[in-house]
Ligand binder design. Structure first.
Ligand SMILES: [Zn+2]
Length: 55
């Protein structure tokens, strides 16, 4: 099962983040952290927003 999160950065960039990322995910535009690995799921960074969950 692979789930993606549609995450919006504080700079306005939107990108997909794998729901079970094992590395920190950075914004491709401004380089800010968007999500961190946390156990079996990602934790979305402060300032970033989850827009929706894509299955
Ligand atoms: Zn950004």
């Amino acid at each position: 099962m692979s789930k993606f999160l549609r995450v919006k950065c504080s700079c306005g960039n939107e990108q997909n983040v794998f729901g079970h990322a094992c590395r920190r995910v950075d914004c491709l535009v401004c380089g800010a952290a968007l999500a961190y690995p946390s156990g079996s799921r990602v934790r979305v960074a402060e300032g970033a927003k989850v827009l929706k969950v894509l299955n």
